[in-house]
Design a protein around this ligand. Structure first.
Ligand SMILES: Cc1cc2nc3c(=O)[nH]c(=O)nc-3n(C[C@H](O)[C@H](O)[C@H](O)COP(=O)(O)OP(=O)(O)OC[C@H]3O[C@@H](n4cnc5c(N)ncnc54)[C@H](O)[C@@H]3O)c2cc1C
Length: 258
């Protein structure tokens, strides 16, 4: 059974609610984390790791932008939400959120929703994030470390320029012996140091998955389309049952299983 913490009905709302951005952190060249509080000072509803909110902003002519979805990248607390946004080339809202927004600006958000959440169980958990697709994995890792379950957090990025959450993940791993992290750089820069900045050079290969990942694990992944297709194919090849393969697409319209 999926536990959904959205039970605190007093703190929920319908549609969009005014919130304020009170902290902005540049995670890397293209990813920015926004810390959001309710404008009226009220508590925010709890959520289940992996869920997302829809976000919109006011345009200069007082209309609103189209809403876009952003995963909550820290686990649940009642005071604030954190979203982490990658500035997409030609993207409208993502660019505004990464490049224009200032501390104190208002944005509007929905309550957290989504079914990409951890299933109950105590089998090993394998969380695989490609690029900005690491956001649900991070929230899930924060939640799951408390359970004592063995967790593999695998993170693939081009190189140090795209290495968001580096210290945060290192700290999480240092403080939780049940969490094993592996960072892949697909295109390391000259100054990137193997076994210091990253663990493995190249893509997450079938052979590595075969040798390293637990066959009795529950698997969750998210990332760019080609990454997702490759991970899905490899999981099936190493014998993982489809009932243990869970994923979320940030861009709809493609079937990664074909
Ligand atoms: C459930 C869910 C959770 C998400 N969580 C996050 C998150 O945590 N962080 C995050 O940065 N994004 C996340 N996204 C993606 C986000 O909702 C937007 O799609 C993205 O920020 C682009 O919006 P935009 O308005 O800037 O782009 P648009 O103006 O809508 O699109 C402009 C251009 O960007 C391209 N584009 C649109 N969306 C994407 C995309 N997702 N990937 C690559 N190119 C795209 C379009 O093809 C187009 O060429 C999530 C999406 C979903 C469905």
């Amino acid at each position: 059974m999926i536990e959904n913490k959205l039970l605190d009905l007093e703190n929920t709302w319908k549609g969009f609610k005014d919130c304020i951005v009170y902290k902005i952190i540049k995670e890397d060249e293209r990813v920015t984390s926004l810390y959001i509080k309710s404008l009226d000072g009220g508590k925010l509803p709890g959520f289940t790791a992996g869920q997302f909110i829809a976000v919109r902003m006011k345009n200069q002519d007082n209309t609103y932008t189209k809403p876009r979805q952003y995963t909550l990248s820290l686990n649940s607390n009642e005071e604030f939400y954190r979203i982490s946004v990658k500035s997409e080339e030609n993207g409208f809202l993502s660019k505004k959120l990464c490049n224009e927004i200032q501390i104190g600006d208002k944005i509007q958000i929905t309550v957290p929703i989504g079914n990409f959440v951890l299933k109950n169980g105590d089998e090993p958990l394998v969380l695989i994030g490609g690029g900005i697709g690491v956001t649900p994995m991070l929230a899930m890792a924060y939640d799951a470390v408390k359970s004592g379950r063995k967790i593999y957090l695998i993170y693939s990025i081009p190189n140090s320029k795209n290495h968001s959450f580096k210290e945060e993940i290192n700290d999480l791993s240092k403080n939780n012996k049940n969490l094993i992290t592996t960072v892949f750089y697909t295109r390391p820069e000259e100054n990137d140091v193997l076994l210091k900045d990253f663990d493995i050079s190249g893509r997450i290969s079938l052979e590595w998955m075969q040798e390293t990942l637990p066959k009795n694990g529950e698997f969750y992944f998210c990332g760019p389309l080609e990454f997702m297709k490759a991970i899905y194919k490899n999981l099936v090849k190493i014998g993982i049952g489809k009932e243990n393969i869970n994923y979320e697409m940030f861009k709809s319209g493609e079937d990664i299983t074909k």
